[in-house]
Design a protein around this ligand. Structure first.
Ligand code: ZN
Length: 289
C-alpha cells in the first residue's frame, strides 16, 4: 500500500516534501507583486473568481498565515517566547504529565491573546462562500477558532481547538471558556485532568479528521490553499490529493511555496486582501413558488 493508506494515516506520511511527483496540468499562472503587470493581475484574479463562482463543491485549507493577519502570534521565534520555555517544551503530553498547571498557565496566556483577536476579511470571505449554499468544507490547521467566529460551520480542525478541553482519562471533550480567575488544572467529572483539545508535539492527528479532509479534497471542484506553505504532513498531502483528483487548485499566500509551481493559480498577497476579491458570491436566489 502506498503512502496514502487510509488506516493510521498520520503515521504513513513522511516528513519531507514532496510526497508525490506531480506534473502541473498546465503551466501555472503565478502572480508576484514585483513582476506582474496590472493586466496579468486582473486576469488571474478574474480567472480565480470565475472558477470559484462556477464550482458547486469547494474545499479550503487554511494555515497560520490567515491567523497572523488577525494578529495571532505564532508562539514561535523571538516574539513568541513565553517565560523561558519553548512551545515544544510545553505543548506535549510529557510536559502536561509533568506539570499540568504550567501548561495550563501557558494556554491561558495564549487564550488571552487569541480572545483579543477578531476574524479578518479573509475569514469572513470564506464564511460568505459557505453561506452561498454550495458544498463547502473548510480544513484548518489553526486552533484559534477564528473561522467559526467568522461564521464558517463545516470546519475540520486538523490540530484541534484551543477553546475545547479533553479528559486525559475518558476522552470526554467539550468547549471550555475558562475565566482568567478560574483555578488552573480543571478536572473532568470522572476525576481525570482536562487538557487543551489540541494536537501536541509527538501526537498523531485525529485519523477521522484526516479522512474527512482527504475525502473533501478528492471530491471538490476547486481547492483553495490559504495562508499555509502546506509543508507539514499530513495537511501537505491535501492539495496534492485535490490536484490528482482533477480539482482546480488556487493558492493564496504571502510568499511563494514549494507547492506554488503545482497550483493552477498562485496568488501572492494577504488572504484578507485577496480572498474578498476572488470570492464574489451573488445573493441567494429567491425560492421558486
Ligand atoms: Zn473524564
Amino acid at each position: 500500500m502506498g503512502p496514502f493508506c487510509s488506516a493510521s494515516l498520520s503515521s504513513c506520511f513522511p516528513a519531507s516534501f514532496p510526497l508525490l511527483k506531480l506534473t502541473p496540468l498546465f503551466p501555472p499562472l503565478r502572480l508576484t507583486r514585483l513582476s506582474a503587470t496590472n493586466q496579468i493581475r486582473v486576469s488571474v484574479l478574474a480567472q480565480a473568481r470565475e472558477w470559484i463562482e462556477d464550482a458547486q463543491s469547494i474545499a479550503v485549507l487554511t494555515g497560520a498565515g490567515i491567523s497572523a493577519e488577525s494578529g495571532i502570534p505564532t508562539f514561535r521565534g523571538p516574539g513568541g517566547l513565553w517565560k523561558t520555555f519553548r512551545p515544544e517544551d510545553l505543548a506535549s503530553p510529557e510536559a502536561f504529565a509533568r506539570d499540568p498547571k504550567l501548561v495550563w498557565e501557558w494556554y491561558l496566556w495564549r487564550r488571552e491573546r487569541i480572545a483579543a483577536a477578531e476574524p479578518n476579511p479573509g475569514h469572513r470571505a470564506l464564511a460568505k462562500l459557505e453561506a452561498g449554499g454550495r458544498q463547502f468544507t473548510l480544513i484548518t490547521q489553526n486552533v484559534d477558532g477564528l473561522h467559526r467566529a467568522a461564521g464558517s460551520r463545516n470546519i475540520i480542525e486538523l490540530h484541534g481547538n484551543l477553546w475545547r478541553v479533553r479528559c486525559v482519562d475518558c476522552d470526554f471533550e467539550q468547549e471550555y471558556r475558562l475565566a482568567p480567575s478560574a483555578p488552573l488544572s480543571p478536572r473532568c467529572s470522572c476525576g481525570g485532568l482536562l487538557r487543551p483539545a489540541v494536537v501536541w508535539f509527538g501526537e498523531p492527528l485525529p485519523v477521522a479528521a484526516i479522512d474527512r479532509a482527504i475525502h473533501a479534497a478528492q471530491h471538490c471542484v476547486v481547492f483553495l490553499v490559504c495562508g499555509t506553505s502546506a509543508l507539514v504532513y499530513p495537511a501537505a498531502a491535501l492539495p496534492q490529493r485535490a490536484l490528482a483528483a482533477g480539482a482546480r487548485v488556487i493558492e493564496v499566500n504571502l510568499e511563494e511555496t514549494p507547492f506554488s509551481q503545482f497550483a493552477h493559480l498562485s496568488l501572492r498577497g494577504k488572504c484578507g486582501e485577496l480572498l474578498p476579491q476572488i470570492i464574489h458570491v451573488p445573493p441567494c436566489p429567491e425560492p421558486r413558488k
